[in-house]
Design a protein around this ligand. Structure first.
Ligand code: MAN
Length: 353
């Protein structure tokens, strides 16, 4: 069997009912795709919390931020023929797309990496300004020295791009604006420089020529990114046939940079696989998974807000062991362990891009 993940017996480790809503009148609908990091001797997750108001029968109500930063609600009649509710994540009305939930990021911490709880001393990270009017999602956290860099999806009517914020104490957080313009997401910064340059994986999308492929960019200062190179394509007929995107920062191993990534097929089934990149020339792909290393097999990965999804953008490494924290079915937070040596042994060389 392709799946080599050792799921935590405690899964799901966090459910929506365990996280308080950000404000009165909102309901936490889903917990998704956390960033992960170590800080002050503890394990931390930066959860994506997706909320919406309690739904009235026959109506769909969705939240967004108005230009003045206040929360605004839009209400639609479910019998309106212009309304398309076929995807639980997106509402389409008269050809315009809206998100059904509004996401922000929430910090939780743990002594044992299994039981996480909120620390009231830390404020939620919320969308600010017109580029984040539909919220912020799926944050990767990369530590460089004593500074943590947060790369996350900024969603607005202008499209989907990558935002950057940084912090050293998780209390004062500095925004550096949008670093990859729409349509782009799944950005993970490497946790070390190579030849004096910073590197990041990212995922621009091209609807006509090209597709949803994984790219590499480099930067002198983490703000300005260039020298873009395409690393890997989605692969027709395989588990990652329609879109692929980076997970968390690549893991440095003696064999190369190991990147755990997600891939989805025509049925929007999300699995995880891995890529191995050259240590000195990370634009060279040495090897790649042919079979997924993790598939949605458990009940909580197959059924939920959006079923058949395992999606990770946060992990913690301990010697040969990598613990991934992941969103299951876009509903709950789970965790699983892998041996890095075992992942490497499954990768095949040749014919990647
Ligand atoms: C997209 C993103 C993720 C989400 C998956 C599955 O890739 O929006 O946040 O988990 O779809 O719905």
């Amino acid at each position: 069997m392709a799946d080599i993940a050792k799921r935590f017996a405690e899964n799901p480790i966090l459910r929506p009912s365990e996280i308080r809503p950000s404000r009165f009148g909102m309901k936490v609908e889903c917990l998704l795709n956390p960033g992960a990091f170590r800080f002050q001797g503890k394990s931390w997750l930066l959860l994506r919390v997706a909320e919406r108001p309690e739904q009235k029968s026959g109506k769909t109500t969705l939240p967004m931020f108005a230009e003045n930063g206040e929360l605004k609600l839009l209400e639609f009649d479910n019998s309106d023929p212009k309304l398309d509710l076929s995807d639980p994540r997106v509402l389409r009305y008269d050809g315009v797309d809206y998100l059904t939930t509004l996401s922000h990021l929430r910090l939780v911490s743990s002594e044992d990496g299994v039981r996480f709880k909120e620390d009231p001393g830390h404020e939620p990270l919320v969308g600010r300004g017109e580029l984040e009017a539909y919220g912020i999602e799926d944050c990767r956290v990369t530590q460089l020295g004593s500074t943590y860099y947060l790369t996350f999806t900024e969603v607005s009517p202008h499209g989907v791009g990558v935002g950057l914020r940084s912090t050293s104490d998780w209390k004062r957080i500095t925004s550096h604006g949008m670093i990859f313009a729409p349509h782009n997401k799944d950005c993970a910064i490497f946790d070390g420089q190579i030849g004096g340059r910073y590197y990041a994986l990212h995922r621009p999308s091209s609807p006509a020529l090209g597709g949803n492929y994984l790219w590499l960019a480099e930067s002198p200062d983490l703000i300005h990114w260039g020298n873009h190179r395409c690393l890997a394509h989605s692969r027709p007929g395989m588990w990652d046939s329609i879109r692929i995107g980076a997970g968390a920062a690549p893991i440095r191993t003696p064999a190369g940079w190991l990147e755990i990534y997600h891939g989805a097929d025509e049925k929007h089934r999300y699995c995880l696989g891995a890529l191995l990149l050259d240590l000195e020339e990370p634009w060279k792909v040495i090897a790649r998974s042919t079979e997924p290393i993790m598939e949605p097999l458990a009940d909580y990965e197959q059924k939920g807000f959006f079923g058949n999804v395992v999606f990770t953008n946060g992990h913690l490494v301990d010697g040969d062991m990598v613990t991934i924290y992941y969103g299951a079915s876009d509903s709950v937070i789970c965790a699983a362990r892998f041996s890095i040596v075992e992942i490497l042994s499954t990768l095949k060389t040749g014919g990647q891009c």
